[in-house]
Design a protein. Structure first.
Length: 257
């Protein structure tokens, strides 16, 4: 399959998978997507379309499957938390291993760049670095999504707080301000379960002057402001009682892909 065709397919995969966040089902072509994402000969054009490493989207599909399984078992009254954790463990392991290896690549890349006097490949080097930085940013938000599937969209949970903090820190790896345009999805995911003391940080990121698609980001920030207002005003629920909304992200009715 020629690279241009694979790139176009990658754009469709990106759109379909990211926009499935607010659905309770796995994308219809999930199996086919997984095959393509694991085909080594398609890796480069797919990464160019996905704007991060392919394993991010493969892992995201796994989490969608886990979410669908949990929803089904809950509806049947047969949810086993032990089985849920068992199913989530290999996904979490894949995520953390991927984040660790990607960070190693980022550090090596920085060291090599600092020790190099070659200025002829700056554009190519920036592109390679952007791919690593984007992978880290997406991975951190995908990890947030996994915690929400496991425990609910509860900003006060220590696991959620840790993941949101790591996600915010991930944006410090951006060296090219214009690259902010590709992070609409991870920003919305992390901001949806942020605590009050992180609101200003997300406001700053979502209103960055370097964002070209300012309309979509502005609309997302407006929805987040309302979501934050409701979350701040909502009274703490009784212990052991989890209202239905807490297991999901805010109800996006705009495309966040």
């Amino acid at each position: 399959m020629e690279s241009a065709k694979v790139f176009l397919i990658g754009c469709i995969i990106r759109f379909d998978i990211l926009s499935s966040l607010t659905e309770n089902t796995v994308p219809a072509l999930s199996g086919r997507y997984q095959q393509l994402l694991h085909t080594s000969s398609y890796r480069l054009p797919l990464q160019a379309a996905l704007q991060c490493r392919t394993w991010i989207f493969s892992t995201l599909l796994d989490i969608y499957s886990l979410r669908e399984w949990r929803e089904r078992k809950e509806a049947e009254g047969m949810l086993s938390l032990r089985e849920l954790i068992s199913k989530a463990f290999p996904i979490k392991k894949t995520l953390e291993r991927g984040i660790c290896l990607n960070m190693e690549e980022i550090n090596i890349f920085k060291q090599n760049l600092e020790g190099s006097s070659d200025c002829t490949n700056i554009g190519s080097q920036q592109s390679d670095y952007n791919m690593l930085a984007a992978t880290h940013i997406f991975a951190c938000s995908v990890s947030i999504f996994l915690e929400v599937v496991l425990s609910g969209a509860l900003p006060k949970l220590p696991e959620i707080q840790h993941e949101v903090g790591r996600a915010l820190e991930s944006y410090s790896y951006i060296h090219d301000p214009d690259f902010m345009n590709v992070f609409h999805w991870p920003l919305c995911v992390a901001a949806s379960v942020a605590e009050l003391d992180h609101y200003d940080s997300f406001r700053s990121l979502l209103s960055s002057p370097n964002i070209a698609w300012i309309g979509a980001f502005r609309e997302s920030l407006e929805r987040l402001e309302e979501h934050w207002r409701v979350s701040t005003n909502m009274k703490t629920t009784e212990a052991g009682v989890e209202p239905a909304w807490t297991r999901k992200f805010m109800a996006w009715d705009i495309l966040i892909a």
